[in-house]
Design a binder for this molecule. Structure first.
Ligand code: TYD
Length: 206
């Protein structure tokens, strides 16, 4: 059975590490799993990602940024996500539509519904089947990133704390608005517990 599962949350929430281990566990259980990420996931989408996240592009207009995310998303869906779902696979995607709603819609003040409209054009009105939101205080998330020397700090990581707080409350609001597809994971728990909660959320839908 195919399922499109997206992993959302602020910086340093652990979603990417959890996603990687979940993919391994589900594969061991015999599921066919595709892992991917946004922005990016295919060569064209990764090129768009490089433009968006390039530290030298500090003067990028917020609407330009929003449109680039949506463009990258469209290419990624058409070339990778939809074909995999067609083949009956589980697709695990690190960030998707809801990141645009939280980051561009709320934190960049472009409006959730405006960003939703642009994105529904890109997705042809489709949403993920399940969205796991890794909820964590931004102070803790950013401290984790700083402690992890191996991870590159990108342009958006450098935004001030208010921005990250807005992102968090935006995701919390989205979890209420899209309660049918959202599961909120308390990402301040131990890694093992966060993993287990995420695993159970997926298993109940399989
Ligand atoms: P990345 O290095 O993948 O960050 P993370 O490990 O936190 O997922 O960079 C992605 C950045 O892009 C992240 O700061 C969130 C941001 N983003 C948006 O602002 N809008 C979007 O639609 C997406 C997909 C990501």
């Amino acid at each position: 059975m195919s399922l499109f599962i997206t992993f959302e949350g602020g910086e340093g929430s652990g979603k990417s590490s959890v996603m990687k281990l979940l993919a391994e566990r589900l594969e061991k259980e015999g599921y066919s799993v595709v892992t991917t990420r946004e922005p990016g996931g295919t060569p064209i989408a990764e090129e768009i990602r490089n433009v968006i996240l390039d530290k030298k592009n500090t003067d990028m207009d917020p609407r330009t940024e929003a449109l680039l995310y949506a463009a990258s998303r469209r290419q990624h869906l058409v070339q990778k996500v939809w074909p995999a779902l067609q083949e009956g696979k589980l697709v695990l995607c690190d960030r998707f539509l809801d990141s645009s709603l939280a980051y561009q819609g709320v934190a960049r003040h472009l409006g959730v519904d405006e960003i939703l409209n642009v994105n529904l054009f890109a997705t042809e009105g489709k949403y993920p089947d399940l969205t796991l939101f890794f909820d964590l205080e931004p102070e803790i998330g950013l401290a984790r990133i700083a402690a992890n020397a191996g991870r590159e700090v990108n342009r958006l990581d450098l935004e001030k704390m208010d921005f990250h707080k807005n992102v968090r409350s935006a995701f919390q609001e989205l979890a209420k608005r899209f309660a049918d597809r959202y599961v909120v994971i308390d990402a301040s728990q131990s890694f093992e517990k966060v993993f287990e909660d995420a695993y159970q959320a997926i298993k109940t839908r399989l």
